[in-house]
Design a binder for this molecule. Structure first.
Ligand code: FBP
Length: 553
């Protein structure tokens, strides 16, 4: 019979994630410490008004003790929401194992295809056999994922009715900032209507932008950046061997540049743009292209007509003139959605908005190539975000730098040869086999989520912290999701959402990068991280991200 599992898959199925000491045992020796009432990240008055039943809870931490967890049989539902992130299957296996340790009669139900699985009552019981086939594997395919936004009363009522019909008392939402915003809204609705249904969040996203003091990193960031780091290192080595191309690599990560920064620290490229810095310096697109051109020319002067540049996918959202343009486009498209959506083809849509934009935005939009204009008008995701992964920023910069180098050549000011190659690393990293770190971290997050459910909590996010220490010493508990929220403009209206954590320019990871980048620009300081290792010396197989390591110093 043909082999259905790869040798690595066979071996990874046997990996036993390391469990923090505080989660070991059968829950009978588990106590819980509750902290002081919390406030939201910003706009506390408004958030408190919108979440009167779940706002202000204290953070909790599991400790040795007793009486924190109820042991009567429960049925828990789980949904995977948003983009894939390595380790999702381990969240489910941790959740499953904890539930069965707490009470062998406990059951875990998975909702299929994301949040729409709850409203449409599409579910499957996660049995030991099913879970065992997915341990330590990448992907979300065990139950699938989706981006349906839960926002209407009809959807909330359908969720409640379907959860009740299935006998589920707690729902675990595994998602990023938008999906956990859904979780908070749902928790509040269930609490306000005395429905007796709990909601627990789990911080997922390769983007690394769901982050606070207690959520030191969202799961998937470690594996995704290790995967991109390997690919970038390989491109650097190719570059160094062939010495003829400039590689422009766009990296996933939505608005925040955490992925680009971590990859830069891992691989030392010649250029790495950080969107948050572009915003702080109020740089225009032309200025960014000019800066890259300076590096191209400086390297060419040393006989190096090659290089590697990293571009965060959300860059355009941070360039002031494009940021205002996007905000205007969002309002326009939301306000005139019926007419706009009825227009056929990108030319009609481009003309439609051009005639309605303010003079400044019209100029910014008009200066972009037509394919970029069309990509900016692509459908927003269900949460109202521009789909930045579809905007080919790397190509835009390649064209701008090529034009500038061409002009300088014609003027006899340089002899640089500029032959750019574009890449986009995104989907390649979202379903990789989770690194040991993500395998352990996700298992602990899922296990801990079961404890939060058994502790009768709601509106809480599962947290596992002190991650630079060995897994045995990790802290486990929860933070109220409302504590992460603020009010933002979405789909042309003010909405309560989880505040995105962007790269902090006074943080240690950025400062370390900024200190070294001038040297990386002109020298060949490339670092080759190589492929993720699952076995071997702990310095290699259990490496944490440079971001976490620097932040913990
Ligand atoms: P989440 O916030 O859902 O985790 O999204 C992660 C992400 O991979 C982003 O980096 C990227 O911009 C987006 O998903 C792509 O979305 P899609 O999978 O819908 O193409």
């Amino acid at each position: 019979m043909a082999q259905t599992l790869s040798p690595l898959q066979e071996e990874r199925l046997k990996y036993e994630p390391k469990l923090p000491a505080v989660l070991r045992g059968k829950g009978k020796k588990t106590g819980m410490k509750t902290g002081k009432p919390t406030k939201s990240a910003a706009d506390s008055g408004e958030i408190k008004k919108l979440f009167p039943h779940t706002y202000g809870q204290g953070e909790v931490r599991f400790v040795e003790g007793k009486g924190a967890l109820k042991t009567d049989a429960i049925k828990v539902g789980v949904v995977l929401s948003g983009g894939q992130a390595p380790g999702g299957h381990n969240v489910l296996s941790g959740l499953f194992d904890a539930l069965h340790v707490l009470n062998p009669k406990n059951k875990l139900i998975g909702f299929l295809g994301g949040p729409s699985g709850i409203t449409d009552k599409q579910s499957v019981e996660l049995t030991a056999k099913l879970i065992d086939a997915y341990r330590n594997t990448g992907g979300f395919d065990i139950i699938g994922s989706g981006r349906t936004k839960l926002e209407s009363r009809e959807q909330f009522d359908a969720c409640a009715a379907n959860l009740k019909a299935l006998g589920i008392s707690a729902l675990v939402v595994v998602g990023g900032d938008d999906s956990n915003t859904n979780a908070a809204v749902l928790a509040e609705y269930f609490a306000a209507n005395g429905m007796g249904l709990q909601v627990i969040g789990v911080p997922k996203t390769i983007d690394g932008d769901l982050k606070t003091e207690e959520i030191e990193v969202s799961f998937g960031f470690d594996t995704a950046t290790k995967t991109y780091g390997e690919l970038i290192g390989n491109v650097e080595r190719d570059c160094l061997s062939a010495k003829k191309y400039w590689h422009f690599i766009k990296l996933m990560g939505r608005s925040a540049s955490h992925i680009a920064l971590e990859c830069a620290l891992k691989t030392r490229p010649n250029v790495a743009l950080i969107s948050e810095e572009v915003a702080a310096k109020k740089q225009t697109l032309a200025q960014i292209a000019e800066e890259i051109t300076d590096t191209v020319l400086a390297r060419a002067a040393k006989g190096k007509n090659y290089g590697v540049a990293l571009v965060p996918e959300g860059l355009v959202e941070f360039v002031p003139e494009i940021k205002s343009l996007i905000a205007e486009l969002n309002e326009l498209v939301a306000k005139e959605s019926a007419v706009f959506n009825s227009l056929q083809g990108s030319t009609a849509r481009i003309d439609f908005v051009l005639n309605r934009l303010s003079a400044l935005s019209k100029m910014a939009f008009g200066s972009l190539p037509k394919d970029i204009q069309a990509q900016m008008l692509d459908e927003r995701d269900p949460h109202g975000n521009v789909q930045v992964s579809r905007i080919e920023t790397e190509k835009l910069l390649m064209a701008m730098v090529a034009e500038r180098v061409g002009t300088l050549k014609r003027e006899g000011k340089t002899k640089a040869k500029f032959s750019p190659v574009g890449h986009f690393f995104g989907y390649e990293g979202r379903c990789a086999f989770p690194s040991n770190f993500d395998a352990d971290y996700c298992y602990a997050l899922g296990y801990n989520a079961a404890f939060l459910a058994a502790a009768d909590l709601t509106g809480m996010m599962s947290t596992v912290s002190k991650l630079t220490k060995p897994a045995k010493q990790w802290d486990c508990g929860g933070v109220p999701i409302t504590g992460l929220m603020n009010v933002e403009r979405r789909h042309g209206a003010d909405k309560p959402v989880i505040k995105k954590a962007l790269v902090e320019l006074d943080g240690k990871p950025f400062k370390s990068f900024a200190k070294q980048r001038a040297e990386w620009a002109v020298e060949d300081s490339y670092l080759f991280p190589g492929a993720i290792q699952y076995w071997g010396p702990t310095e290699v197989a259990d490496q944490i991200t440079a971001t976490l390591a620097l932040e913990s110093k």
